[in-house]
Design a protein around this ligand. Structure first.
Ligand code: NAI
Ligand code: 13P
Length: 339
């Protein structure tokens, strides 16, 4: 039995806390809202984020980060990417032990174009309390994980032992965990697929069908792979759970927030109205901005990312963006990925 803190009690943090509790671990959930923690402790529910799910008895909630984190050496960091730096800093301040941070967030930071593990390392800045950083990623909607439906994910770290440690903590009969050595590829796949899911949602909102969705998913995977290879990832990683696997689930599931947000945009709602209506993390929006910057910086062709960027931030109509994508100059499908 290991004592583990989960920082962030939204849908994903709560579902992963349940997996850990099912495995016999003592799970200490942290959230900012006192009423949410009260509900988790007394009613054993988290209705806003995981309706109709009962939390295990061995999961307890804390509003004090210090109290949640003090006894632990491993933390699951489950906040939106925009909160990663702030929470990492606070976490390392209140902890007095060397921490293994298992992050589960999928996105890239606009402005810096950093992956989440890079943001954590940067905030730690050689802090003695950071032992290692692991990413957990793959096709895994919280709604299904919390109902103990068979799910597979990947963990990766520059420290293989830490990845194996995370694998042992999470692995059970319903939650199968693979290790992977390509940290860059695993993080990029999880982040960039959110952009493609947004676009699939937009095409759905425009009334287009499965041909269009398959086209966006396939050509989306091509541009994710192109960027990944440019940044040193193994192209094969993008055919794995954190690449193709997560792309499939996010572009086709009713649970996907990115898909649903995209659909509303395709139906003509403004980005602000969509984000207000969603009320949950829609990571693909900020990651579109970051990926657009990366495409320019590294001179990587990412036409789908560019199209959704102009829809989200430059007022281009979705149907006009679709027309532009279809009207691009003719191409050969196969391409050489290495320079
Ligand atoms: N929901 C899912 O099925 C999955 C989500 N993820 C990733 O997990 C990450 C978190 O997503 P969800 O849990 O789904 O989001 P959510 O919207 O359900 O919950 C986010 C939680 O973070 C808290 N939060 C927001 N800003 C914060 C801040 N500045 N400081 C501290 N806490 C803050 C919110 O109060 C909320 O409790 C995202 O990067 C997402 O891509 C990954 C796999 C599956
Ligand atoms: O990453 C996810 C599933 O693997 C969750 O996707 P959404 O954030 O679009 O709901």
């Amino acid at each position: 039995m290991t004592t583990i803190a989960v920082v962030g009690s939204g849908s994903w943090g709560t579902a992963l806390g349940m997996v850990l509790a099912d495995n016999g671990h003592d799970v200490r959930m942290w959230a900012r809202r006192a009423d949410q923690i009260e509900e988790m402790n007394t009613k054993k529910t988290n209705e806003k984020y995981l309706p109709e799910v009962t939390l295990p008895e061995t999961m307890s909630g804390f509003t004090s980060l210090e109290e949640a984190v003090q006894p632990v050496e491993v933390v699951v960091l489950a906040v939106p990417v925009k909160a990663i730096r702030e929470e990492t800093k606070k976490l390392l301040e209140v902890s007095n032990r060397p921490l293994t941070i298992i992050h589960v967030s999928k996105g890239i930071e606009p402005g810096t174009q950093k992956r989440v593990s890079e943001m954590i390392e940067e905030e730690a800045n050689g802090h003695a309390n950071l032992h290692s950083v692991v990413v957990l990623s793959g096709p895994s909607h919280a709604e299904e994980v919390s109902r103990r439906q068979p799910t597979t994910v990947t963990v990766s770290s520059t420290n293989l032992e830490s990845a194996q440690y995370a694998q042992d903590l999470f692995m059970n009969q319903n939650f199968r965990v693979y290790t992977h050595s390509d940290l860059v590829g695993v993080e990029l796949g999880g982040a960039l697929k959110n952009i493609i899911a947004l676009v699939c949602g937009v095409t759905n909102g425009l009334g287009y069908g499965d041909n269009t969705k398959a086209a966006i998913m396939t050509r989306g995977l091509a541009e994710i792979t192109r960027m990944g290879v440019k940044l040193g990832a193994d192209p094969l990683t993008f055919s794995g759970l954190s690449g193709l696997g997560d792309l499939i689930v996010t572009c086709t599931s009713v649970h996907s927030r990115n898909f649903r947000a995209g659909r509303l945009i395709g139906q003509g709602l403004s980005l602000d109205d969509v984000l207000e209506q969603m009320g949950m993390a829609v990571e693909g929006v900020r990651t579109t901005q970051a990926a657009f910057e990366m495409a320019n910086r590294f001179e990587v062709e990412m036409p789908i990312t560019s199209a959704i960027y102009h829809v989200l931030f430059n007022g281009i109509k979705p149907e006009d963006a679709a027309g532009e994508l279809m009207g691009r100059v003719k191409k050969h499908e196969e391409e050489k990925l290495t320079d």
